[in-house]
Design a protein around this ligand. Structure first.
Ligand SMILES: [Zn+2]
Length: 126
């Protein structure tokens, strides 16, 4: 079991390269909220669009979650806290005018990249 969620996971890299192929430029691993250590995975500062790629395990994907047999109470609490933190982060970012895209590691990177491109290029409001 990994001890901590890692940056630069495979799904993040897949999404980044799909975005690059669409000609988009962005920053990665940015802290956007004062007093929060939470980093946004992909950030488009000028258009104020931010994207999080949620790992199925760390964020408790309802389709792929496999609870570890050992320390299961610990993991349930831990993932529950992660999800609450996610909600809080998203709410705060929205309040500060960011448009937030949350995708899962199981999502098709190309489809997500298209969605982000529409937002960044201002062809849709939400
Ligand atoms: Zn999943």
């Amino acid at each position: 079991m990994r001890a901590l969620p890692r940056a630069n996971t495979r799904p993040e890299l897949a999404l980044r390269s799909a975005l690059h192929r669409l000609g988009l430029r962005f920053r990665v691993e940015q802290q956007l909220l004062a007093g929060s250590r939470r980093r946004a995975d992909i950030v488009f500062r000028r258009s104020r669009v931010v994207c999080f790629v949620h790992g199925c395990f760390w964020h408790g994907c309802s389709t792929h979650m496999k609870w570890p047999a050992r320390n299961s109470l610990f993991w349930r609490e831990k993932i529950k806290r992660n999800r609450l933190k996610d909600e809080d982060t998203l709410a705060r970012l929205s309040k500060e005018g960011w448009r937030v895209v949350v995708c899962w590691e199981h999502d098709d990177a190309k489809v997500v990249a298209q969605r982000i491109a529409l937002l960044v290029r201002g062809q849709t409001r939400h």
